[in-house]
Design a protein. Sequence first.
Length: 301
Amino acid sequence: MPLPNFLIVGAVKCGTSTLRDYLKQHEEIYIAPSALQFFNKEQNFQRGMKWYERQFRARSHHRAIGEKTPTYCFDKQAPERISQNLPAFKLIWILRDPVKRAYSNYWHKMRRGGECIEFEAVVEECLKQERAGEPVRSNILERGRYAEQVKRYLEFFPREDMMFLSFEEFFSKPTRILPKVFEFLGVSAGNPIRPQLSWKRGYMPRSAPLVWHAKKLFKKSIAYEFVRSINRQPQATYPPMSDKMKEMLRRYYAPHNRDLSDLLGLDLGAWDLDASRKHSGKQTPSANSSLAPISDQQLFS
């Protein structure tokens, strides 16, 4: 089996699963059905490249072969491991407003038993530990510092072999973005893709402590999955983040976003849209912005 010639490397909670589901509809693209986590998980990496190669079921008509593991972008070992073990290939990133990404990541952890305290408490504890130079209890804030992650990859890969997509624009205008992705991967841009009519939505757990204890007791067993299945509240949306917390996180991410903008030449003005709404009442980004706003219900999924 041939090795992949492209990877979707991240970021977590930025729509990488949706992109994979679109790409697998293309007749010239083969993409692994699940995240392999080969280059970032030691137990998987120790299985060797032969094991990794066997995970791909590509055929002769597949010109682009890849996988989606959004934790690759955050892992410090992954860039070097990828560069040493794969031939020339392409990297795709999807980047999202880091404030909304952090909130989505928190609820992802909450419903899976990775968190059981309020979002504000998690953020305040992380910031306090970060300022003190101590180990941080959660990586939900660090994962949104994209410039640090991109710089690690630029040590091993040329910029022209990386494609950076906006989560906001991809979800609002997928038919405009996908032909650019196909061109980047070297496949036909005319392949028909069925539009995705409903997005995967998150849900609220009935009891965060219940699933947290289930994970501690049962690990990822059938019992744990049963608890998760009965621990869903009927509504799919999360409570809104407070304006105070949004503003604090926007100040936190501002220098990191400027660093990313300078590094890649991207217009990230729409990531400040919520902050500007309070003062101007406007809901439209600048004409030069490549990031289009979509609803909070979609953004917090």
